[in-house]
Design a protein around this ligand. Structure first.
Ligand code: PRF
Length: 376
């Protein structure tokens, strides 16, 4: 995997670049739509290709391991083939989903035992096991197995948690050195900086990870209940230490404003369930602000879903029609709203990209933030 930086912003830490993977190039900054169980909820792969500019999608180790299970994935040669997605895939390690979804989880230095949220069956995730699973899924980018501690964790808890995450990272790396990829192409491991909101822990984690020379690095443990200012402070601190010439991925973040602020602080990659989950609740992101399509004010609005939208469905269908679909609980409503929001998030990072190149990124960001925060 290779990362080249094409442009750096003279007024902020923003940059544009390209990540080269075995399944194609990824222009950065990039937003990665979340396909937890190997599907972007409510959207087909054809629609992802034709209606959005998605360049890489995310899968979750925790979910794919529980269902369909890695034997099925191995039989077909991995998730790219299983889901017919030929562009890059990144897998999260389960180090977050186990903590947010599984019941009865118990963390030991060895790993995490947990009960499946599907049938209550018991499982053990160790760093070695997670690497095996991510290899079998066939992700181009595999995330290290980490513990994400809550935004309000005590210093003592956060420190112990970071010790565990660092030991698990060493074990992930060692396991990968000793085992070849299953499908013959390169699968890059990204370490994850944890450390909660404690500057000395973040610094220690970032320095350790910077010394490893990984092909890319991630910032985890943010957007988990801490104040937004703290999140930005931790991003700045972490990015001041992580290598500049490697892609930086801010995990699970966030709102359109969070993404633009992250880009200004040198982040290249983002993922978040917000565009897809909020779409299913009727919330649409636009350059004019967010709208809730279930609001009665849209019942008679015969204007396009989004006159500025990049998806053809944004222009083909009207707000009144989408309002009707939501009211009638027609599942096509979920599809149209999800396509819209994914296309919007990709447009957001693409416009950021163009303004970094134009040299006016911070001014442009400041000019669009007020409208993005509006509720229409
Ligand atoms: N670790 C992992 N996945 C994540 C996170 C993390 O800290 C977050 C935190 N925002 C989202 N997804 N492995």
């Amino acid at each position: 995997m290779q990362f080249t930086i094409d442009h750096t912003c003279p007024h902020s830490d923003a940059r544009t670049g390209v990540i080269k993977t075995a399944h194609g190039d990824i222009q950065t900054p990039v937003f990665m739509p979340v396909g937890t169980a190997g599907a972007i909820k409510a959207v087909t792969m054809e629609q992802m290709e034709q209606e959005t500019d998605a360049r890489i999608i995310l899968g979750n180790t925790y979910h794919l391991y529980l269902r369909p299970g890695i034997e099925i994935l191995k039989e077909v040669g991995g998730l790219h083939r299983f889901g017919t997605w030929s562009k890059p895939i990144l897998t999260d390690s389960g180090g977050y989903q186990v903590f947010s979804l599984a019941a009865m989880r118990r963390i030991t230095p060895e790993g995490v035992t947990f009960a499946s949220h599907i049938d209550g069956s018991k499982h053990l995730f160790t760093p070695e096991r997670v690497m095996e699973i991510e290899r079998a899924i066939g992700a181009d980018i595999m995330m290290a197995f980490d513990e994400c501690c809550p935004g309000d964790a005590s210093y003592a808890y956060a420190k112990q948690s970071l010790d565990t995450t660092e030991q698990w990272l060493d074990r992930c790396l060692k396991h990968l050195e000793q085992t070849p990829p299953l499908y013959g192409y390169e699968q890059a491991l990204f370490p994850i900086v944890q450390g909660c909101v404690y500057p000395d822990l973040r610094r220690r984690a970032a320095e350790h990870i910077a010394s490893l020379g990984a092909p890319g690095n991630a910032i985890g443990g943010l957007a988990v209940g801490e104040p937004t200012d703290k999140m930005y402070e931790m991003i700045e601190l972490t990015n001041s230490i992580l290598p500049k010439d490697k892609p930086r991925y801010l995990m699970g973040v966030g709102t359109p404003a969070n993404i633009l602020e992250g880009i200004a602080r040198g982040v290249d990659m983002f993922d978040c369930i917000m565009p897809t989950r909020n779409a299913r609740n009727g919330q649409l992101f636009t350059w004019q602000g967010t709208i809730n399509i279930r609001n009665a004010k849209w019942r008679t609005c015969h204007e396009p879903i989004d006159p500025e939208g990049t998806a053809s469905t944004d222009h083909r269908y009207t707000r009144a029609y989408l309002y009707h679909l939501f009211k009638a609980q027609e599942i096509t409503g979920l599809t149209l709203a999800s396509i819209h929001n994914i296309a919007f998030y990709l447009d957001l990072v693409n416009q950021a990209h163009d303004h970094i190149i134009a040299g006016d990124y911070p001014d442009w960001m400041r000019s669009v933030l007020p409208a993005l925060a509006r509720r229409l």
